[in-house]
Design a protein around this ligand. Structure first.
Ligand SMILES: Cc1cc2nc3c(=O)[nH]c(=O)nc-3n(C[C@H](O)[C@H](O)[C@H](O)COP(=O)(O)OP(=O)(O)OC[C@H]3O[C@@H](n4cnc5c(N)ncnc54)[C@H](O)[C@@H]3O)c2cc1C
Length: 404
């Protein structure tokens, strides 16, 4: 009996490890030369994009612990997120947890009892609607807190983002330590992908790179063979398949599968600016840059739900982003040089970073569309937005469904 896992993104890595940990024979097939998928290191070691976790992402943190990588994820701003408002130049700190807002120095702009109640209402089950219009009575709070939170968590502009998906996030932000924001200290390669591959090797799983599944050959309602082009693998009666590919690829392989209709891009700019000091994480309001990650090796900027940024030339994006992040770095007295001229910059545009999370029921494919095939991937979680947490949950759930 062999378990064939297709796709070595986070969902596939988690699924393969869950199976290998149960002593099952596992082969993980990945089409590209490297693992990580939408959460990967580029060949020069740069992350494709900044990835943050919250303390509430307990499944993801459990996975990091299992692969021995938990200590690589650090909390850069334990005293509250430093934020620069580009509209008026105000620099302040914000706590992500509403429970910390008893301290006026950590309250977001526009905070009021009414705004807090309106946000709390989103956490309750109710009609799914667009968040922007639902929070319109609290414009300063919408701009200063809800909009950045929604764009970061749902990668969808606030005018069209689903209140139900945000509610699922808000309900998980209540526990102790749930709002701790964590980032990979050295990068997604050393702090996630390499340890996951090492854990898989140690558990006896085989990983095949450059293995693109062309076709699922079906017979009598089951997967009978895996067609990899030059090679086809015939499945025995006990063999199983776990498909952990992105939605568009899963639909190509299984044409009747319901998948999300729209996707949103994330643009990252990586500046070659080595500098002293610990890892830092800054926010900006009313700016192209939403989040700035400062590591000793360089500075990275995230533009989520960045439809316009995805259409704009690198030559126009880089100077604007550098001027904004430099202002933030100077406002919070970050150490080292912050010259006026932008350092060399690499722009990474992930055009289908995640589905757009709009109101209405999301596609809800069966976990086992065929008796010997299970589905995984961030998009198959109908509660959480498409994130690392959703991907790992889905991988572990699919592995469980296959062995049952
Ligand atoms: C720039 C960016 C920033 C993000 N920031 C965050 C963040 O801060 N926090 C967070 O939690 N999430 C974030 N996300 C979302 C997170 O990266 C995804 O939710 C997660 O990585 C999805 O994992 P997955 O395994 O479901 O899919 P994928 O990562 O898409 O993995 C699918 C894998 O299948 C492979 N594959 C495809 N077709 C085939 C085939 N035919 N045969 C074999 N292999 C195939 C692909 O190459 C890929 O490796 C971000 C995403 C991006 C792009």
């Amino acid at each position: 009996m062999t378990f064939h896992v297709i796709g070595a993104g986070v969902a596939g890595l988690a699924a393969a490890l869950a199976l290998a940990d149960q002593g099952r024979p596992v082969v993980l097939h990945e089409s590209t030369p490297q693992a990580g998928g939408r959460c990967r290191a580029l060949p020069d070691g740069t992350d494709n994009g900044t990835h943050a976790l919250l303390g509430t992402n307990t499944v993801a943190l459990g996975f990091l612990k299992r692969i021995g990588a938990a200590e690589g994820w650090v909390e850069p701003e334990p005293a509250g997120l430093p934020v620069l408002d580009a509209r008026d130049g105000r620099a302040f700190h914000v706590a992500l947890s509403p429970f910390a807002w008893g301290n006026p120095a950590l309250r977001p702009p526009g905070f009021s009892a009414g705004a807090l109640m309106a946000l709390a209402r989103m956490a309750l089950p109710g009609r799914d609607r667009a968040i922007g219009p639902a929070m319109a009575a609290h414009p300063a709070f919408l701009r200063g807190f809800v909009d950045p939170l929604v764009v970061a968590a749902l990668n969808t502009p606030v005018v069209e983002a689903s209140s139900r998906r945000l509610g699922a996030v808000l309900r998980r932000m209540g526990g102790r330590g749930a709002c701790r924001l964590l980032v990979a200290r050295d990068g997604l390669g050393p702090d996630l992908v390499a340890p996951a591959l090492a854990a898989l090797a140690a558990a006896g799983a085989e990983v095949r790179f450059g293995a693109r599944l062309r076709r699922l050959v079906q017979q009598e309602g089951r997967v009978a063979a895996l067609d990899f082009g030059e090679e086809a693998i015939r499945l025995g009666p006990e063999d199983r398949v776990l498909l952990a590919t992105p939605p568009w690829e899963s639909q190509r392989l299984l044409p009747h599968l319901p998948v999300p209709e729209g996707y949103a891009p994330i643009v990252n700019l990586h500046f070659a600016r080595p500098g002293p000091g610990p890892v830092r994480f800054l926010g900006l309001l009313d700016a192209l840059c939403q989040w700035v990650l400062v590591r000793p090796t360089g500075v990275s900027v995230t533009v989520s739900a960045g439809d316009e940024a995805a259409r704009t030339d690198q030559d126009r994006l880089a100077p604007k982003a550098w001027a904004e992040l430099r202002a933030a770095a100077l406002a919070f007295c970050l150490p080292g040089d912050w010259p006026e001229a932008a350092p060399p910059c690499r722009v990474v545009k992930e055009r289908r970073a995640t589905p757009r999370h709009t109101p209405g029921p999301p596609p809800d494919p069966a976990r086992l569309p065929l008796p010997n095939l299970a589905l995984a991937g961030d998009w198959t979680d109908t509660v959480l937005p498409a994130t690392i947490e959703a991907a790992i949950r889905s991988g572990q759930a699919a592995a469980q469904a296959l062995v049952r």
